[in-house]
Design a protein around this ligand. Structure first.
Ligand SMILES: *[C@@H]1O[C@H](CO)[C@@H](O)[C@H](O)[C@H]1NC(C)=O
Ligand SMILES: *[C@@H]1O[C@H](CO)[C@@H](O)[C@H](O)[C@H]1NC(C)=O
Ligand SMILES: *[C@@H]1O[C@H](CO)[C@@H](O)[C@H](O)[C@H]1NC(C)=O
Ligand SMILES: *[C@@H]1O[C@H](CO)[C@@H](O)[C@H](O)[C@H]1NC(C)=O
Ligand SMILES: *[C@@H]1O[C@H](CO)[C@@H](O)[C@H](O)[C@H]1NC(C)=O
Length: 367
């Protein structure tokens, strides 16, 4: 390719956004390093406790095999009574649009509702409110349905005022227990360098205990708004130019591929723990980094006060972009023990709510 586009093919990419403790906002200059060490040991300790716990729980393996794992109670009940409805644009399904299908679901539903979304391009602006938990968007892996839009932060909303980044999302999820499988989320608004209000979110996830499998997210500036809650991304593709994964979420990205299309120096992630990313935490583990990653690796955007507050860890990464020569001195090269808490689904308390997409939804019978 002759274009100046920058590709960032991460063969294995694992990013753990963390917001473990909000207390650090009051760290004083002198106690910072000690507090940092305390936090690391706390994290390691918590991880040890969790692993001991899950060993004790391995007797419930049979239950897990049956697809009913150690989920929280509400979730367990919801999965026991799941329903499935289909969405197909040619009229052969239960609904022609995703919006109509969502509108058919009663408020405060307590059952898993699987929307079997047939291939097609759905030009819909979708909002899943808090009162609609347990929704699954299930697409076809050989022809994933696309949900597309092109709103930006500066476009006027219903009230005539600029939408802001938050409302620009093509798909906005405020509900808990959301799952998407084989879906493509898109915001096609172009990003112009130096423009203001160009933020154009493809998906915003603000509900907790959400999982994404085989999904792709296409946008430019601010593609994926990983707003808040516990989130798990598996085998996903995320493309953008500036800050294209951002938010306060505590999330694990496993086997994902980050594709940068920036035409100048730009950030891939902008984890925003506390205001302005001052206490941001990001860990890359087992990540293949292409040469588009600058040697310095991380940026404090000119504010050195941040250097001791942020937590940017790297663990066993590879590729030309992973060469540590030239890294900012405040990057953390994690030891095995320090990295352990970040590199499994326990990082997002997955043992209580993550369940196999195959056993529970993909093969479930139509309702
Ligand atoms: C409608 O779409 C479905 C799913 O893509 C497809 O299987 C079916 O053949 C289509 N039917 C017609 C009449 O086009
Ligand atoms: C997925 O789409 C392919 C090709 O359109 C079709 O053959 C297959 O039956 C679909 N799978 C499901 C689970 O709908
Ligand atoms: C956004 O999409 C709509 C519908 O396709 C189109 O009419 C409009 O021109 C697009 N706006 C921009 C800025 O691309
Ligand atoms: C993800 O995609 C792969 C390859 O297309 C497919 O084999 C796999 O079943 C998909 N996973 C899920 C959870 O649908
Ligand atoms: C890392 O980069 C430095 C400086 O460019 C270079 O001298 C060194 O050989 C590189 N190391 C590896 C393992 O490529």
């Amino acid at each position: 390719m002759a274009s100046k586009s920058h590709y960032f093919p991460l063969v294995i990419f694992l990013l753990s956004f963390s917001n473990v403790t909000a207390k650090s906002a009051s760290w004083s200059a002198d106690s910072r390093e000690t507090d940092f060490q305390k936090w690391v040991s706390w994290n390691v300790q918590k991880h040890r406790e969790k692993s001991t716990m899950s060993q004790a729980e391995s007797t419930s393996q049979a239950l897990a095999e049956a697809g009913v794992k150690l989920v929280d109670d509400k979730l367990r009940k919801a999965e026991m009574h799941k329903v499935r409805i289909s969405v197909c644009q040619n009229g052969t399904g239960d609904f022609k649009t995703i919006t109509e299908a969502l509108n058919s679901i009663p408020s405060y539903n307590n059952r898993r509702v699987i929307l079997d979304i047939k291939p097609g391009v759905y030009r819909e602006k979708i909002s899943i409110p808090r009162k609609l938990p347990f929704i699954t968007f299930l697409g076809n892996s050989s022809d994933p349905p696309t949900i597309t839009g092109n709103d930006t932060a500066s476009v006027a909303g219903k009230d005539g005022r600029p939408m802001k980044t938050f409302q620009s999302a093509t798909v906005a999820v405020d509900a808990n227990y959301f799952v998407a499988i084989n879906m493509k989320f898109e915001n096609t608004a172009p990003h112009e360098i130096g423009s203001i209000g160009g933020q154009a979110v493809a998906l915003r996830i603000s509900g907790t205990k959400a999982a994404f499998y085989n999904c792709s997210f296409y946008g430019s500036q601010d593609t994926l708004y990983d707003h808040k809650g516990l989130h798990y991304f598996n085998n996903c593709f995320i493309q953008g130019s500036v800050d294209f994964i951002f938010g306060y979420g505590k999330s694990l990205y496993e086997n994902c591929y980050l594709n940068s299309i920036a035409k100048k120096v730009a950030s891939l992630t902008a984890q925003k723990r506390s205001t302005w990313g001052d206490y941001s935490r990001v860990v890359f583990s087992f990540t293949f980094m292409d040469k588009i990653v600058l040697p310095r690796g991380w940026s404090d955007w000119g504010d050195q006060k941040r250097d001791t507050r942020v937590f940017y860890g790297e663990y066993k990464c590879s590729g030309p972009g992973a060469n540590l020569t030239g890294r900012v001195p405040w990057t953390r090269i994690l030891t095995d023990e320090e990295a352990m808490p970040f590199i499994g689904t326990y990082y997002v308390d997955g043992d209580t709510w993550l369940i196999s997409p195959y056993k529970n939804w993909i093969t479930s019978e139509p309702y």
